[in-house]
Write a protein that binds this ligand. Sequence first.
Ligand SMILES: Cc1ncc(COP(=O)(O)O)c(C=O)c1O
Length: 394
Amino acid sequence: MKTDIARRNFMGKMAVLLGYAGLGPLQLSGQGRSRQAVAGAPDPKKPADYDKLIKLANNENPYGPPEGVLKAMNDAWKYGNRYAAPDGGIFDAIAEHHHVKPENVLIGCGSSEILKIVDDAFLPDHKLVVGVEPTYETVYRFATNSKAKAIAVPLTKTYDANMKEIIRVTKLNARDVGVVYICNPNNPTGRIVPKDEIKLLLDSIPGDIPVFIDEAYHHFVDDPNYEPSVKYVIEGRKVIIARTFSKIAALAGMRLGYAVAPKEIIDQLKPFVMSYNTNTIVKFGGVASLKDTANEAKIKQLNKQIRDRVTGELKGMGYEVIPSQSNFFMVNVKKDVTPVAEEFLKKGFVVGRKFPPMTEWLRVSVGTDEEMKGFMKVFKELFPAQPTAQTKAG
Ligand SMILES: Cc1ncc(COP(=O)(O)O)c(C=O)c1O
């Protein structure tokens, strides 16, 4: 893959200007993000193989949608022949959920469509998006497609967003910055941007630069230093929040996400939305899902319990794990993750993809208890316990 990335010191303070985000062996388009076939391994594109695979690569909810959501969707099939079918009240439900007006809400074919139309509206040719690296790389891919560029600020030594640097480069390039992208918590690290740093960002950069905060994994966070940012929309700041039903709500394949933003921004985004962009069935599912707070709490708790157990085991084996506030985590396997992911695939587990420059860090989505026991079994087969500092010294 041709790249004109000028990479600099990963942990340093320099921002990196990205032409193409560092594309690895996986193609990154929604339709093309498929794994290359691996000799001797199951092929995820074959339904029979797919069903048997343990899928720990896309940060999905492994339990599936709860009964009430399935019922709401099943009851909506009768509208499947219509464009202008009832929408189940999805705009009102989202608005109510966030204490905003329906005019502050735009729904998309997953939050991917929101990322795309933010790019269409705010990143024309030569504009800049400021974000971190690594982050959810789709944003940089869209920017590249529209001939905009990304200023990607390296993470700090603790794998956090370097907010001072984000602010510095945004101010320095203020005339050309179309949008600042903050993924909170960040994919792939699972790290949050604390509430005071979001405030610092908004208070420090020119007020006419939109700040796009992607809260796809918001529901999994329990760090008290985190806070959702819809309050800034209510304050009338130039902030766009993206949320999705693909993660905790378990509707990834049904495709529903949304933006919450001030009305003027929603009006700027609307012309770029694809006609009839979301299916009728999932709108009903989305409404039922927002109401089912008990299921959400259950999934959050299960995820935390299993994630903390598995990451504790990995750390106990001597591997470095980035403390995550999400439904995935990164473990440093100290070798290129592409062949590592292939080895996992041969054993029936889909894990990782490469997130340059963290090429030796494997991202693992948190599956069910049984799936993660299987993951640990394979991990122990592939990786020996690391000598601890004490045994090294001895
Ligand atoms: C941070 C982030 N934003 C957005 C998306 C897009 O999700 P969807 O289009 O399914 O809502 C993802 C998917 O993994 C993601 O990780």
